[in-house]
Design a protein around this ligand. Structure first.
Ligand code: NAP
Length: 333
């Protein structure tokens, strides 16, 4: 059977471009005993994939040039030679950017798409949701009345992090890149206020205006100047949840900015960076809480779905210019 793959053609320098990716045709062998044939339904594109495209050693192994990109994918089993999965089952796993692929069930998790929409298994009910959960519940630890500030608030992690803080009784301000996203955060996701960082020249003052009692928890998804402005507003004994630094991922040299450590020192701030896999032994606990909140309507979710396998590179690049509202996904043809 002939399939199409998208491979990493070259390692990006700065912002990735479509030239860094290449479609390829390939013949897929027949499946053998213990394997399943999968047809992807939805592909997840995520900021951490940018790190895997570089040769710098990080927590996730780098992608190989001329090999397919790998990422979170919801797929359907179209043929099975395994007793563990049947034709028609839906699964989630880390799969190649390919129109069909062969896997072993031990690398897949069966999902029930009658219970929740398939895209949820790449967003709120998977890595982004778990990241928001542990970052907010374990590191931020909001209590009633706390002021919580979230950067990258309208993305996959930020939307969930903000709603968890609301569930805990906090007052939540989101920072994001358009007025429409600000409106969405307030009107659809219950944020108390939202700031369009692209429309303000004095972000530090705007944060002070929206968070008049100062910031007790800063959940950072972006870094850079937004974080400089947030840190200036941190309260005594506040928590700084260091989740992501997307504004820095395409840098070709180390950026410099205000020295933040003196502020963290004098205000006794606790800063903790984390990778969601640090909490892997507690994923079941988080999943049961997240599914409970989604089921009872206290946690809502949204996604931007780009149609077409060939648009995977564009969707991935779109993460760096704010194309997505909530989780960015690609729907297979
Ligand atoms: P996302 O927020 O859904 O998508 C990325 C968003 O970042 C864009 O929509 C854009 O929104 C914003 N952005 C892009 N470039 C920016 C810049 N230069 N300055 C400010 N904002 C920028 O992505 P996600 O999957 O939820 O991930 C959010 C962050 O969490 C990322 O940094 C990611 O690496 C991190 N993360 C960490 C872990 C962990 O284990 N620690 C796990 C998952 C994700 P705007 O319109 O608002 O600009």
């Amino acid at each position: 059977m002939e399939i199409q793959e998208i491979v990493l053609a070259s390692r990006p320098v700065g912002l990735p471009s479509s030239d860094n990716f290449r479609p390829e045709r390939k013949v897929l062998e027949k499946i053998t005993e213990g394997e399943v044939l999968l047809k992807p339904l939805y592909f997840s594109v995520d900021p951490y994939m940018r790190g895997r495209m570089s040769s710098v050693k990080s927590y996730a192994a780098g992608y190989e040039v001329d090999k397919p990109i790998l990422g979170g994918t919801v797929a359907k089993v179209i043929e099975s030679k395994s007793p563990d999965l049947s034709e028609g089952d839906s699964v989630v796993g880390t799969l190649p950017w390919a129109t069909c692929c062969i896997e072993r069930p031990k690398n897949l998790k069966k999902i029930n798409t009658d219970l929740f929409p398939a895209p949820y298994y790449l967003g709120v009910l998977r890595m982004p949701g778990l990241t928001a959960y542990f970052g907010m519940m374990d590191i931020g630890r909001p209590v009633k009345g706390d002021t919580v500030l979230i950067s990258g608030a309208a993305g996959a992690v930020g939307i969930v992090a903000g709603q968890i803080a609301k569930i805990r009784g906090a007052i939540v301000t989101g920072i994001t890149g358009s007025d429409e996203k600000c409106r969405m955060l307030r009107e659809q996701f219950g944020f108390d206020s939202a700031i369009n960082y692209k429309a303000t020249k004095a972000l530090r003052k705007e944060i002070a205006a929206e968070c008049p009692k100062g910031v007790d928890i800063y959940f950072d998804n972006v870094g850079g100047e937004i974080t400089d402005a947030a840190v200036a507003n941190l309260n005594f004994r506040s928590r700084f949840v260091l989740c992501g630094q997307i504004s820095q991922y395409n840098n070709t040299r180390i950026s410099t900015g205000p020295a933040l450590l003196p502020v963290l020192l004098t205000r006794s701030v606790t800063l903790q960076g984390f990778i969601v896999s640090n909490f892997s032994d507690r994923f079941d606990e988080a999943m049961s809480e997240l599914t409970g909140w989604v089921s009872n309507g206290s946690l809502k979710y949204t996604e931007t779905v780009i149609e077409g396998f060939n648009n995977l590179p564009q969707a991935f690049i779109g993460l760096f210019n704010g194309m997505n509202y909530g989780k960015m996904l690609v729907k297979a043809d």
